[in-house]
Design a protein around this ligand. Structure first.
Ligand SMILES: [Zn+2]
Length: 121
């Protein structure tokens, strides 16, 4: 492997390895100007395929915490992805005229109290 040149002072002679970044890419330090740089950074974040699969699971009705457990993610990460995707959606209501009639079907409300058999004995 050839010695990479420093992007700041363009020196190639005094570059040493200096650990790894959080993403796992090699970090280097220039001894001439004492600055750090990463010649080949790895992309940060999760792959797009995992994001898409998490969003599909959410659309199928899987809870956010269940998606996190299934894909070994933090549930807040899934929430952030869902919110980011929701921000990209266009506005649903284009017609600004007010609605006068609304038809609601199959709406039930139980106002009574069910009698349990164990209480009547
Ligand atoms: Zn340098």
């Amino acid at each position: 492997m050839t010695n990479p040149t420093c992007p700041h002072c363009h020196s190639a002679c005094f570059v040493i390895k200096c650990g790894l970044n959080d993403s796992g890419s090699q970090r280097l330090r220039c001894q001439a100007c004492r600055r750090y740089f990463t010649p080949q950074p790895k992309p940060a974040g999760y792959e797009q395929s995992i994001r898409t699969f998490a969003l599909k699971l959410h659309l199928e009705g899987t809870s956010l915490r269940a998606i996190g457990r299934l894909l070994h993610l933090n549930h807040q990460t899934v929430v952030n992805w869902v919110n980011a995707e929701a921000q990209r959606l266009p506005e649903l209501v284009c017609d600004q005229t007010p609605t006068r009639k609304v038809e609601i079907d199959e709406l039930f409300t139980f106002l009574g109290k069910k009698k349990s058999k164990s209480m009547s004995c």
